[in-house]
Design a protein around this ligand. Structure first.
Ligand code: ASP
Length: 446
């Protein structure tokens, strides 16, 4: 569980990132205005942006991307292992898995709809969009364009199963893999996890090793995040110095899109699941889970909220202990609807902002990746950042463009964590409805 000191430290980092955002924006807009008025040489400003601010700003992202492949592989294998022995779990496990996939898929579909309707990234004038795209374009984009245009949908689906997983791993970040890159790596990791849990392999030896790999990756990411305030200031300086005030307008629409998507999922989808599957009054349910919602909002961490969620499930919702402990523990990392939805919104927003109309194949890829990324995201503040950077890179967009949204991420993190935690409680109530707890299930969950 979470250590309060560490939580305070994380809060301070987020506050510093927010400061980085403010300083970067104010300095960038001032320089942009001075250059437009002729008080500052626009060429010198461009050279400073391209040769100093941007390269230094990208350092923290490089550190994250460096460990993202081992992070994804270990997090997904552990995610499956935490489900325990799939055969023994029987109906309880299958119901949890089925409902998790359903809730996450709906969440990502909502993100696609909101971004396509609100079009938050289209508020930039064409020439500013071109300037921004120029700043963040990578060669990978051309490669991916070529690959995707030629690839029919059945091939994209077949490529989910990698012929050569190592090749997919090495090519995942620059789009040079032959198949679906990171998506294929995710499927590979899920299958390894399933094989370990089905094959009766000695997990006592294997599991701690995989857990250590994950922990090492998390330490490096924490180190990278310490540089984030400084790097975010430089990245936002680069963006605002080039684009002026327009980028702020796009950011406001982005927040509107993300919050609308979350509100639809929370009030509509959760109410339907609670009313029709769990057969409870949604109004009473939301009131009963308010303590867990507030804790999630305050901590931005599903893991830190787990004890409160378990207590709420047992004391307020009166759900059977065997079901609630099992489903909520898995749900804290495995069922992250808010995160899946947010990842979809960010990726499509940044693609729009840079003027990319994603093809149907690429949108499908984003959909699948966001669902799987929801499973592989750690339930800690900012847990989804590495995943978003990874998915961006894999569709050919420079991962450092994530710097554009990083400054306001904390606020949206608080909101999506509420969805994640309440989603776990919705899932528990649905699974508990009519679940017959047999002795095996009970022993697994005690
Ligand atoms: N903060 C989220 C959680 O703990 C994860 C994320 O989306 O960053 O559920």
């Amino acid at each position: 569980m979470s250590d309060p000191k560490a939580e305070t430290g994380k809060n301070r980092v987020h506050l510093r990132i927010l400061w980085g955002l403010v300083v970067g924006i104010v300095a960038g807009i001032t320089c942009n205005a001075l250059a437009t008025q002729g008080y500052l040489d626009p060429n010198s400003l461009e050279v400073f942006v391209k040769r100093v601010a941007e390269p230094i700003g990208k350092i923290f992202l490089r550190l994250i991307l460096m460990v993202v492949i081992p992070l994804v592989v270990s997090a997904l294998i552990l995610g499956v292992l935490e489900l325990g022995d799939l055969r023994k779990l029987g109906r309880l496990g299958m119901k949890t898995l089925g409902l998790t996939v359903a809730l996450s898929s709906i969440a990502v579909c909502i993100s696609l709809i909101v971004v396509n309707v609100i079009q938050p990234g289209k508020s930039l004038p064409a020439e500013k969009q071109a300037a921004l795209a120029d700043q963040y374009e990578t060669k990978a984009r051309e490669m991916l364009d070529k690959a995707d245009k030629a690839k029919p949908i059945e091939q994209i689906l077949l490529d989910l199963i990698p012929e050569n997983p190592l090749r997919e791993m090495t090519g995942a970040l620059d789009g040079s893999s032959l198949g679906n890159g990171i998506l294929a790596v995710m499927v590979f990791s899920l299958l390894i996890g399933i094989a370990i849990s089905l094959g009766g392999v000695e997990t006592e030896v294997l599991k701690p090793i995989i857990e250590s790999v994950l922990e090492v990756c998390m330490i490096i990411i924490r180190m990278a995040m310490m540089l984030a305030p400084f790097c975010v200031a430089l990245l936002l300086f680069s963006v605002t110095a080039t684009l002026g005030l327009n980028i702020l307008q796009a950011l406001i629409w982005f927040v509107v899109a993300a919050l609308s998507g979350m509100a639809i999922h929370f009030f509509l989808v959760y109410s339907i699941f609670v009313g029709f599957i769990a057969r409870r009054s949604p109004w009473k349910f939301f009131r009963d889970v308010s303590e867990a919602s507030l804790t999630a909002f305050a901590t931005s961490s599903s893991n830190a909220t787990l004890p409160t969620a378990i207590r709420v499930a047992e004391e307020r919702l009166k759900l059977p202990r065997t079901v609630s402990r099992f489903v909520l523990t898995i749900g804290a990392t495995g069922n992250q609807n808010g995160t899946a939805l947010y990842e979809g919104v960010v990726i499509l927003f940044i693609a729009q902002l840079l003027g990319h109309d994603l093809s149907a194949g690429q949108q499908l890829q984003v959909l699948l990746m966001a669902i799987l990324a929801g499973v592989g995201t750690a339930g800690v503040p900012g847990g989804s950042i590495p995943m978003i950077a990874l998915v961006l890179q894999s569709i050919g967009i420079d991962g450092s463009s994530i710097g554009i949204i990083l400054g306001i991420d904390r606020l949206l993190d608080m909101c999506r964590t509420v969805l994640n935690v309440v989603g776990d409680l919705v899932l528990t109530a649905c699974v508990a409805k009519g679940a017959e707890i047999d002795p095996i299930e009970s022993s697994l969950t005690e």
